[in-house]
Ligand binder design. Structure first.
Ligand SMILES: [Zn+2]
Length: 185
């Protein structure tokens, strides 16, 4: 089989996952495009402040911060684009197009984030929608060099409406796209 066979092309030796992560996190000779974020993953377990009888969740609850579900938080790097996201209906995948953007319109309350496939190995939790409440993405303040400012300062908070795995060679997930809606802090 020739290398140029158009029906059965030889797999390239470029790993899409690898190349994507080099872009997000940076590498020798590659300036990173990722920015520091906090990924708040909500579990399906109610917080103690929500017992189903007395009402809740409690907005000032120090355990769940009013989410009503127990959650974990982790910091990571993601590429975040403001203004547009292919989100037509919550929980339903967009087509990867940004319809309004073609006419120069954007929506400041929407954003799209791109992250490593590693962060959502269980993406079917979102594609089948077995999660009870949306995860959150918190953007962290950076300085003029793009380095994170300490102590941590959250500048924006988004609700992650869709978790969309993007497939590449051999059908493997190369990266994950997050369609998001801004929340008031
Ligand atoms: Zn709580």
């Amino acid at each position: 089989m020739s290398y140029m066979d158009e029906f059965f092309p030889v797999l390239s030796n470029i790993d899409g996952r690898n190349e994507f992560e080099r872009l997000i996190y940076g590498d020798v000779g590659v300036v990173r495009i990722g920015r520091p974020v906090i990924l708040r993953r909500l579990s399906n377990c109610h917080c103690a402040c929500w017992d189903g009888v007395t009402g809740g969740p409690i907005s000032y609850c120090s355990y769940c911060k009013g989410e009503g579900y127990e959650f974990t938080e982790e910091t990571d790097m993601m590429f975040v684009t403001d203004g547009v996201t292919p989100m037509y209906k919550a929980g339903v995948f967009g087509g990867g197009q940004y319809p309004l953007d073609r006419w120069g319109q954007s929506d400041a309350s929407k954003a799209t984030a791109f992250c490593s496939y590693r962060l959502f190995l269980d993406y079917e939790r979102y594609t089948f929608k077995t999660q009870k409440r949306y995860d959150k993405l918190l953007l962290l303040k950076v300085d003029g060099e793009g380095e994170q400012v300490f102590p941590q300062i959250v500048t924006e908070q988004f609700k992650i409406i869709n978790v969309v795995p993007r497939f590449g060679e051999m059908g493997k997930v190369e990266f994950v796209e997050l369609n998001m809606e801004k929340e008031d802090l």
